[in-house]
Design a protein around this ligand. Sequence first.
Ligand code: F6R
Length: 365
Amino acid sequence: ELGPYSHFMQKEIHEQPKALSDTIEAVLENGFAAGLFGARAAELLPQVEGVKILACGTSYYAGLTAKYWIESIAGISCDVEIASEYRYRAAFANPKHLVVTISQSGETLDTMEALKYAKELGHTMALSICNVRESAIPRASELVFYTRAGAEIGVASTKAFTTQLVGLFALAVTLGKQRGRVDAAAEHGYQEALRQLPGSVQHALNLEPQIKAWSDKFAAKQNALFLGRGLHYPIALEGALKLKEISYIHAEAYPAGELKHGPLALVDESMPVVVIAPNDALLEKVKSNMQEVRARGGELFVFADLDSHFSESDGVHVIRTPRHVGVLSAIVHTIPVQLLAYHVALARGTDVDKPRNLAKSVTVE
Ligand code: F6R
């Protein structure tokens, strides 16, 4: 069943080009049209005036990424909340807002209860982004987008996350199109970006030997920091979560601009700092945050792309993903942080597919 791979997690990381192409195929066949989200979408999506995303864990980070796309591409306000927080607070419900739940399993109790609670508060439109057909959450939702990742067995979510991002990107473009914010040329650009994505992800997977070579530098550490800005900040969060859950190294992620507001105090020679630094509009800002780290002796591990123009120097290690891929760069940059967590866990000898204290489907509070 594992083929050439040592663990389900490694297999599932490598299945991403296929999982993504399968999910993208559904999007391209439909062409960013309401039908992508179920029979009632043509009636409901045009009424949407805002988006509220509810999810847990890695799926919550997919939601944080989606916020950037929904606000910039669709021009609709979007807030993202952890399901277990939302369900216990006296929240404000605007019935014109679409509730979007994101859940690989479709059975996560907190997400399910948050959805029920949203309905009690007066929401009438809910969309489920889910990987398991006919599971509880899509059954309780008016609209659904099924990711086509295939069964995910490793406890740490990998291919489910990147395919969720495709579904959420498709939602942003579809809403943008309906609102006249995405013209034919822009739509064509988004289609092309999706078509190129599996190939770029494959290039990132080919970096595995280089990433593995870094793993020894992390294996003996107690802590790690992950930094990113903009669309790459949620990817830094995802990288930190992956590292802590499977290698048991304490890892935290910050938007790089927050460094000076506190976490910089943690940085010294013993703190590895992973930076996600592709050549987007924020790169110069990220570079100055990197200097702040180097000035305190922190060792930098940088995931850049070919256009970021970094050079290795003392205490600065750089791995380059392919050319900058634009709006979907966050998906491509997920691959190296998954591989880093996987190889650090291997170096530490932990149970990669079944990390201690965790379950694949969290059906308890
Ligand atoms: C982390 C991980 C968890 C899940 C979370 C939600 O790698 O897998 O954080 O993302 O338990 O699960 P789903 O998406 O099934 O609702």
